[in-house]
Design a protein around this ligand. Structure first.
Ligand code: FE2
Ligand code: FE2
Length: 474
């Protein structure tokens, strides 16, 4: 028998909810098997300095201490309920927020929760080999923190499925452990979550670009009229911030180290830079192009009747919905969407309801631009002329108005041949991956030491020094 408040910290009265207990008791062993099989490789005996959420208040949401990851206490937390909360958008705007699933929206809501839930274990699977080549104990600990929290995000979605969707929900919860990233027969639902994350540059790019997509998806679900979903996502967002921090600072530290070495040795040519054992800025730009473009596909079609229905039904809002100054119904509103007409890319005014995905993606891009500007500042401060640039939104896209089109990073439409000829100027080549992999042949385990290709961070985790033993291998 499980002691619920001890083993599964929660604020959903799990201790007195027998139906939910039975569902979780059945699912939890399958989850543990998944963690052992698909979670971080060869890590089960490590003691890791992790934060655990044991409650939602300021003291409880981030408790630090050494934990073996299989013993991590994956909890279930919802932001506390606001009794006065309303449905804030769509045609049912103004009703009290729903505490149970409205029957007519049941299958749509289940779909939204399953799609979100599927991404959480997917990223753990994508990252499972990285612990074998970490550049420091600090970075290894951050990887594991991200992994256990994505595991908790899966728990968060499984809680909703178990608590609100009965038998279908239990079946969906099991299927979340059966699909696997990159599996030819039973892949994860969304494309970017089937791409490999083969090295640490890819990991930092992923947490910068793709975890940020997670932030924007969670933010729009946090507006949902279905209150338990909204409150679940709000709490998940507090954890997501750290994942994006790991990504942005990780890339930034790689750039900083490259710039230091370039200046010290007075070299700029990428092959000279590689001779010195750091990652040339051009390769970083190609990784950026790849992760940005596959992540843009996660927003779905620019013009989407599903997205319109989710919005009109009050299930999934816009980013910071309640802060937007309009009627929140959007029957008459328009929004500019880019598309190809003939041989030109033009902006067309589309019904705002259908352009909900495009709008969320545009909000995301604004944050990406800010982060990239901070990366460029690192190069500028080093006095080097190189600058990163975001490729055009139509570059290398599989979904939406530019899906299957051949658009250059500069936004020019070219022939397929013309595009393919330049593919490896724009996207990482097999040689690029081989080179980056060659830098990551083993793990750096000495306290306070960092691999040659990355600068140390400015400070440690939770006020600890950089030479703290963030992971014990005993
Ligand atoms: Fe997540
Ligand atoms: Fe995340």
């Amino acid at each position: 028998m499980i002691n619920y408040s001890e083993k599964i910290p929660n604020n959903v009265e799990l201790g007195s909810d027998r139906v939910l207990q039975r569902a979780l008791e059945h699912w939890q062993p399958a989850y543990m098997k998944w963690w052992y099989d698909m979670g971080p490789s060869e890590s089960h005996a490590f003691e890791v300095y992790l934060r655990t959420a044991i409650s939602v208040d300021t003291e409880g949401w981030a408790q630090f201490g050494y934990v073996r990851m299989p013993e991590y206490r994956w909890g279930i937390f919802l932001q506390p309920r606001d009794q006065n909360r309303l449905v804030n958008f769509g045609i049912r705007k103004g009703e009290p927020a729903w505490q149970e699933v409205p029957g007519e929206f049941r299958s749509m809501l289940r779909r939204l929760i399953v799609t979100q839930g599927d991404t959480e274990p997917a990223s753990v699977e994508q990252q499972r080999m990285l612990g074998l080549s970490c550049p420091s104990l600090y970075d290894l600990r951050n990887l594991f923190q991200v992994n256990v929290e994505e595991g908790r995000h899966l728990w968060a979605m499984v809680y909703l499925l178990h608590r609100y969707f009965g038998r279908d929900g239990r079946e969906e919860a099991e299927a979340l452990l059966e699909r696997h990233s990159g599996d030819a027969d039973n892949p994860r639902i969304l494309g970017a979550f089937n791409e490999p994350t083969p090295d640490w540059l890819a990991f930092y790019m992923f947490t910068f670009f793709t975890d940020r997509d997670g932030k924007f998806q969670l933010s729009s679900l946090a507006e949902s009229g279905f209150d338990p979903l909204a409150r679940t996502c709000r709490f998940m967002l507090t954890e997501e911030a750290h994942h994006m921090f790991v990504g942005e600072t990780g890339v930034s530290r790689i750039i900083q180290r490259t710039c230091e070495v370039m200046k010290q040795h007075k070299v700029e040519d990428p092959s000279d830079v590689r001779q010195l054992g750091v990652i040339d800025l051009q390769t970083i730009q190609r990784y950026l192009n790849f992760h940005y473009s596959v992540t843009l596909d996660l927003y779905g079609a620019d013009s989407s009747s599903n997205a319109a229905t989710y919005f009109a039904s009050g299930l999934k809002g816009r980013y910071q919905e309640t802060k937007i100054n309009d009627d929140h119904v959007l029957q008459e509103a328009v929004y500019p969407v880019e598309e190809i007409q003939g041989d030109k890319i033009v902006a067309r005014m589309a019904p705002a309801l259908n352009a909900i995905n495009a709008r969320l993606r545009d909000d995301y891009i604004k944050e990406i631009e800010n982060g990239m500007a901070r990366w460029n500042r690192v190069i500028e401060e080093a006095g080097l002329p190189f600058r990163f640039a975001l490729p055009h939104v139509g570059f290398h896209r599989a979904i939406g108005n530019f899906g299957g089109c051949f658009v250059t990073p500069g936004g020019e439409i070219v022939s397929q041949d013309g595009w393919e000829r330049n593919r490896y100027q724009w996207l990482p080549s097999p040689e690029d991956y081989t080179y980056v992999q060659s830098l990551m042949s083993g793990r750096v385990t000495e306290t306070g030491r960092f691999a040659n290709w990355i600068a140390p961070p400015i400070k440690g985790i939770n006020g600890q020094p950089l030479n703290f033993e963030y992971v014990r291998f005993s």
